[in-house]
Design a protein around this ligand. Structure first.
Ligand code: SF4
Length: 457
């Protein structure tokens, strides 16, 4: 159920006291319903209304936090089945595994790779979120030794063992760091639940392909007072991903449409199983794993354990995550104003573009890779691209003239020439008339800027 600002407003004190930092209760209600403010900022609530508000603001899918401090990750928190209905909250956590049978040097190298994985796209650094430590050896001591070594990586951990003794031994080392226990099953639920309670750690319930059993055991965990549960209905890859996908969709539908308390938890997928039965080469297996990860992320996976750690495999998964978890209600924008590239002086060319993030970072990339020395004026079009803002009249003679006047560029150069994007050609004459600057129409594609400047500047 989507909570509206009016639903929230009805329960607020309506005194417009301003203590929360907003001018009115309605403004606070609007931000609260859009998860832009915390309920605790209103200190004027009566207990009864406060409880009611907490209940209606609780997301359909519970939030679960793994790890502590600034590296902690929160998963879940979604309210809707389809992103266009609202937005998706808390990006899918991407986790890569290590196992306790690796040689020390292999383990060190793999942990370093996981920590160092970073890919920049549209101004955002995309990274991995956590490390899953598998008790592949079946030996508690080896598991503990590996946990001790990986602990220093300072990333949230998933402890992967079905053996309660191994889990207990590992939790003695890192229990206070709030690792995710993976996993409890119908066979170890008493011991694992006791550990989750003792160490106050989130726990994964692994029930492959049996949602009735999953519901029953989720209820058992909840009845013990465990609130932080992650559901893993199994990731089946050999006969295609269909069964897994069906289970993911049914769990999320039960949570959001039926408000079924036993399913209101984040879902885990384990594309890493692709490697277990694969008879293909490394590249083919890695591509298959990435495809499975992308498929499950599209259909509600809140956390994914992967095995492939090559950047070429991770880039499409990281990129998809970034795209899925942008807010469709807010255009992605950069700050408008004046930007400098390379060594600029009073003779440097002055280019212009809009503040749509994808446009800006494409232009930025082309200017940097072309070693261009220039000023770039970035127009506030509300995060719209050049052609869209010409059509919508955000890019017009007045807005560009205001940008020239207010940016201070007139003090930085000894000429009055502005290079506008090729897609803004229809308004070039108007800009020239209004601003008094000579307008040069640049290429339609920013990759052509370096050659354009060589020929015409
Ligand atoms: S603190 Fe509470 S009562 Fe005061 S303006 Fe904000 S929402 Fe309204």
């Amino acid at each position: 159920m989507i909570v509206t600002a009016m639903d929230v407003y009805k329960l607020l004190p309506k005194t417009n006291c301003g203590i929360c930092g907003e001018a009115s209760c309605m403004a606070f209600a609007t931000k609260l319903s859009e998860k832009e403010m915390e309920l605790s900022l209103c200190t004027q609530m009566m207990d009864e209304e406060l409880e009611k508000l907490k209940n209606i603001l609780a997301p359909a899918v519970s939030e679960v936090t793994i790890g502590t401090g600034d590296k902690a990750i929160t998963i879940g928190g979604d309210e809707v089945l389809y992103r266009y209905e609202l937005t998706y909250y808390n990006p899918t956590a991407l986790v890569v595994d290590v196992s306790d049978d690796l040689e020390e040097s292999e383990l060190e190298e793999r942990v370093k790779t996981i920590k160092d994985t970073e890919f920049e796209r549209t101004g955002e650094k995309l990274t991995l979120d956590a490390i899953a430590i598998r008790n592949k050896s079946g030996n508690s001591e080896k598991f503990v030794e590996t946990v001790k070594k990986v602990k220093d990586a300072n990333l949230p951990l998933l402890l992967c063992s079905f053996n309660p003794d191994s889990m207990k031994a590992a939790l003695k080392i890192v229990g206070s760091d709030r690792p995710l226990i993976y996993a409890t099953t119908e066979y170890n639920i008493e011991e694992m639940a006791a550990l989750a309670l003792e160490y106050d750690c989130p726990i994964t319930l692994f029930i492959p392909n049996d949602l009735d059993k999953m519901k029953e055991l989720s209820n058992v965990l909840r009845s013990k007072g465990i609130k932080d549960i992650v559901l893993d209905p199994g990731t089946f890859v050999d006969a295609g991903i269909g069964d897994s996908l069906d289970n993911f969709i049914m769990i999320r539908r039960q949570a959001i449409e039926e408000n079924d308390e036993d399913f209101r938890f984040p879902i885990m997928g384990v594309p890493a199983v692709t490697w277990i039965s694969s008879k293909e080469d490394k590249v083919t297996t890695g591509m298959r794993e990435a495809t499975i990860a992308a498929t499950l992320m599209n259909k509600y996976a809140d956390i994914l354990i992967m095995h492939g750690a090559d950047i070429w495999e991770l880039i499409p998964v990281l990129t998809l995550r970034q795209s899925l978890y942008t807010d469709p209600r807010k255009p992605q924008a950069v700050d408008p104003g004046i930007y400098e590239f390379g060594d600029v002086n009073e003779n440097s060319p002055v280019l212009m573009t809009t503040n749509f993030a994808l446009t800006y970072y494409t232009v930025e990339g082309d200017l940097k890779s072309g070693n261009v020395n220039c000023y770039l004026l970035v127009l506030d079009t509300g995060g719209r691209a050049v052609d869209v803002s010409v059509a919508g009249n955000q890019l017009n003679a007045k807005s560009v003239t205001d940008l020239i006047r207010n940016s201070g560029i007139e003090n930085g150069v000894n000429h009055q020439k502005l290079i506008i994007p090729g897609l803004a050609a229809p308004v070039s004459g108007e800009i020239e008339d209004e601003s008094g600057w000579e307008v040069m129409v640049g290429p339609r594609d920013s990759s052509g800027i370096p050659d354009f400047l060589t020929e015409k500047w």
